[in-house]
Design a protein around this ligand. Sequence first.
Ligand SMILES: NC(=O)c1ccc[n+]([C@@H]2O[C@H](COP(=O)([O-])OP(=O)(O)OC[C@H]3O[C@@H](n4cnc5c(N)ncnc54)[C@H](O)[C@@H]3O)[C@@H](O)[C@H]2O)c1
Length: 255
Amino acid sequence: MTLFGKTIAITGASSGIGAEIARLARFQGAHVIGLDRNDPMITLDGFVKIDMGDAAAIDAAVAALPTGIHGLVNAAGVSGLADKDVVARVNYLGLRHLTEALLPKIAKGGAIVNITSILGAEWPARVDLHKDLAATKTWAEGEAWLAKNPVPQATCYQYFKEALVVWTKKRGYQTFMQNDIRMNSVAPGPVFTPILGEFVQMLGEERVAADAANIKRPAIADEIAPPVLFLCSDASRWVTGINLPVDGGIDALYV
Ligand SMILES: NC(=O)c1ccc[n+]([C@@H]2O[C@H](COP(=O)([O-])OP(=O)(O)OC[C@H]3O[C@@H](n4cnc5c(N)ncnc54)[C@H](O)[C@@H]3O)[C@@H](O)[C@H]2O)c1
């Protein structure tokens, strides 16, 4: 598998999983453009400051990106300790807005990968709601839908990761059929990154202790990056709309 000569835009490239994806993509020969609210700490080929919670900032960042991009990885995200409106904007509405706005600049045969989570594994329980939200076409329509279907603060992180799994499936089918661009998602279990402590606080010690008994250990970010880049590469050219668990087996516990 090689990414030689491909241009890949990566949100969240300034920390954790996104930074590790950026590092590995460059190692494989890709030209990597990072997008983040914070400055990068690794060598990149380009960097655009962006606030994924702000539609105008996303539009400005898209205008600054080149055409003929081969890949987009949406790794920027916040935990459920953030206000639920911020979680909605950064983890779902903004991600969707960036992806839709960037589609015309993505080359045929290109690929998009969204980072979901094992905490989105229970999407089938609310699939009709998630399909309804996925059917909204714009940021404003999405916000109006959420105003009528409020999401509780306590489970907003899980809700928007579930919603992202469903949107990736529905929209990934369409982008492949209409634009020849694939879209998939990767669902990590716990990963040692700066945000991990926030997930522990969000879920509570009891739940974390129960989960810890079921897994070997949290992942290292460089165990998440290779499957993400496989989905960016031509080796996965017939794969679209999947949500790939990369979690040391936790997904099996939901069966
Ligand atoms: N670490 C885990 O245990 C874990 C598990 C499952 C899924 N995830 C998901 O993986 C993704 C990456 O998380 P991570 O663990 O690398 O966390 P991280 O905190 O290390 O990195 C998140 C990055 O997103 C950026 N970001 C946050 N809000 C932003 C905004 N409004 N605009 C632009 N950039 C913004 C941050 O600056 C940071 O660089 C997230 O979507 C997260 O939900 C993480």
